[in-house]
Write a protein that binds this ligand. Structure first.
Ligand code: MN
Ligand code: MN
Length: 469
C-alpha cells in the first residue's frame, strides 16, 4: 500500500449525495422532492400541516386513536392536539415498555401574525397590523407577495377557514418598503433597525366606499367586503388566528433543478420526510412514532409545543389502550427505553457568507442528511449533547442502510447558535439527537434545500424506525 493509499484509507472523506448515491435511487429522490413540493404548498401553517398529515395518514391506513377500542401490533393510529400538533404511531410487536422509536419535527415556521385588532385606515390606505412570530430578518418581509391563512370564529360559533392569496386569481398582500431615493436615513441604520416591528403592516385596500358620514371610507369598504365574503365583522378578528405567509409556491431551483426553494422548509422538510417514512413502516418491532409539534420557533412553549404534556399524555393513553392501564412505573420505563431523532434543519454552508462557518464542522447542501450532536450557543449553552454511545448507535444504523450523512454544528464557535426540541425531549430522560436537512437562507421567506439531502433524511428516518433495537 502506498502512503497515499494508506492516507485515503485512514482519513474521513465527506460524501455528496448525487455523486455517491446508487444510480437506481435517483428516480425515487426526484419523486420524493415532487411530492414534498405539493406538501409545502398545501401546508403553510401548523394547522394546514396537521390537516394534510391526517389526509395523507388516512390514505396510508392510519385511523384516529379514538376510533380504536383496542390496539395490537401493526395498528396505525394518530392523535391530535388542538389541530396544531399530531402524533402518529405504528404499533410494534414488542411490548410498549420496550420503548418507542420517535421521529419528532416541528411544523410552525417564522411568519407575521395578525394582531387581535388588526384593521386600520391611514392616509387613504387600509392596513392590517401584525406581530412577527419567530426569528425573522424583518427586511425580508417587505415588498414580497403575501397570503393570509387562518381561522375566524363567528359570534354563533361557526368557524371560517381563511386562505387568500394562494390561487392565481386571488389578490395578495404586502408590506411596503421605502423607495431608495428617500431611504438615506434608513440605509445607514443597522439592519436590525432598518424595518421596525410596528412598520410590518400589511396593505389590504385603498378604495373608499361611497358613504355619507363615514370618516374611514376605505376601512368601511374593507369591512363590507369581509362581511359579504365571510359574514364576519371587525369584532370577529379579536378571537381570530390569522397568519401572514409568503404567497409564492414551492419551486425547483437551479438549472440542474437540484434544489427546492420554498417558504417554511424549517421544519416541514423534516416533518414531511418523517411522515413519508412512518407511512412505509409495516410491522416494526418497537412502536414507531412520528411527532409533529408546534411553537418550536418561539421556544417550544404553549399547549401545542414540545414542552406541553401532550406527548406524555398521548404515550400514557397508548400504553393504557395496549395494556389496560398505564401506571407511573410503566410510563417511566417506556420513556427510558425510547429514543428520538429530533428531526430539524441545520445551517448549510453558504459561499456568500463563509466567515460565519467553520468548514470542518459545517454541513454542505448536497452533502447528505446532517447529524448534529449538540446545538446551543456560547459554550454549548442550552444544548442537548447526545452521548457517544447514542451517536454511534445511530451512525451504525445509517451506514448499514446506505444513508449518506454528514455532521455539523450551527456556525463557528461564538458566532450565534440555536436550539431545537432536542433538549426538551432529553429532559424526559430519553436519548435524542438532532438530525435533518441542511438549509440555505434559513428562516427567510424562500428557504433552499438540496433534493439529495431531503431523500437521505427520509432514508435515515426509515432506517431508524426499522433497525433501532
Ligand atoms: Mn427548526
Ligand atoms: Mn427555525
Amino acid at each position: 500500500m502506498t502512503d497515499k493509499e494508506r492516507y485515503e484509507k485512514l482519513k474521513y472523506e465527506r460524501k455528496n449525495v448525487c455523486r455517491d448515491m446508487p444510480e437506481d435511487e435517483k428516480k425515487a429522490m426526484l419523486e420524493l422532492a415532487e411530492d414534498y413540493r405539493i406538501f409545502l404548498d398545501r401546508g403553510k401553517t401548523e394547522r394546514e400541516c396537521v390537516k394534510e398529515a391526517v389526509r395523507l395518514a388516512e390514505e396510508n391506513g392510519f385511523v384516529s386513536f379514538d376510533q380504536k377500542p383496542s390496539l395490537s401490533a401493526g395498528d396505525r393510529v394518530y392523535m391530535l392536539n388542538r389541530g396544531k400538533n399530531i402524533m402518529l404511531c405504528v404499533i410494534g410487536s414488542e411490548d410498549i415498555e420496550a420503548g418507542l422509536n420517535i421521529v419528532g419535527a416541528h411544523i410552525d415556521s417564522p411568519r407575521l401574525d395578525l394582531k387581535q385588532n388588526p384593521l386600520y385606515e391611514s392616509d387613504g390606505l387600509a392596513l392590517f397590523k401584525t406581530h412577527y412570530y419567530g426569528g425573522i430578518k424583518k427586511y425580508q418581509w417587505t415588498a414580497i407577495p403575501l397570503a393570509l391563512h387562518g381561522v375566524v370564529y363567528k359570534k354563533n360559533g361557526e368557524r371560517i377557514d381563511i386562505c387568500i392569496g394562494e390561487n392565481d386569481d386571488d389578490p395578495v398582500f404586502c408590506v411596503t418598503d421605502l423607495l431608495p431615493h428617500l431611504a438615506k436615513d434608513q440605509m445607514t441604520k443597522p439592519m436590525t433597525d432598518g424595518i421596525e416591528g410596528e412598520a410590518l403592516n400589511i396593505l389590504v385596500g385603498g378604495i373608499g366606499a361611497k358613504a355619507e358620514d363615514v370618516p374611514e371610507a376605505v376601512k368601511f369598504n374593507i369591512l363590507n367586503i369581509l362581511n359579504i365574503s365571510y359574514d364576519i365583522t371587525e369584532a370577529d378578528f379579536l378571537s381570530a388566528e390569522i397568519e401572514v405567509v409568503p404567497a409564492f409556491r414551492a419551486r425547483n431551483v437551479g438549472l440542474d433543478n437540484g434544489f427546492i426553494g420554498a417558504y417554511g422548509q424549517d421544519d416541514r422538510v423534516c416533518a414531511y420526510t418523517a411522515l413519508r417514512s412512518i407511512f412505509e413502516i409495516a410491522a416494526p418491532k418497537k412502536t414507531a412514532v412520528c411527532l409533529l409539534v408546534d411553537k418550536e420557533e418561539i421556544g417550544s412553549v404553549g399547549n401545542t409545543g414540545m414542552l406541553s404534556r401532550f406527548f406524555d399524555m398521548a404515550v400514557a393513553e397508548l400504553a393504557a389502550k395496549l395494556r389496560g392501564s398505564c401506571d407511573m412505573l410503566t410510563f417511566n420505563r417506556i420513556i427510558r427505553n425510547s429514543a428520538c431523532l429530533s428531526s430539524d434543519v441545520g445551517a448549510a454552508f453558504d459561499p456568500n457568507y463563509p466567515s460565519v462557518a467553520e468548514k470542518n464542522n459545517a454541513a454542505f447542501a448536497g452533502g447528505g442528511m446532517v447529524l448534529m450532536k449538540y446545538t446551543g450557543s456560547r459554550g454549548k449553552s442550552g444544548a442537548s449533547d447526545a452521548s457517544a454511545e447514542f451517536v454511534h448507535e445511530i451512525c451504525s444504523i445509517l451506514d448499514k442502510n446506505g444513508v449518506i450523512w454528514q455532521t455539523s454544528e450551527l456556525g463557528k464557535v461564538d458566532q450565534g447558535g440555536g436550539g431545537t426540541i432536542a433538549m426538551y425531549v432529553a429532559n424526559l430522560n430519553m436519548d435524542v439527537i438532532d438530525c435533518g436537512v441542511p438549509v440555505l437562507s434559513m428562516h427567510s421567506p424562500f428557504e433552499i434545500t438540496a433534493k439529495g439531502d431531503i431523500y437521505m433524511a427520509y432514508k435515515a428516518y426509515l432506517a431508524f424506525y426499522n433497525d433501532r433495537q
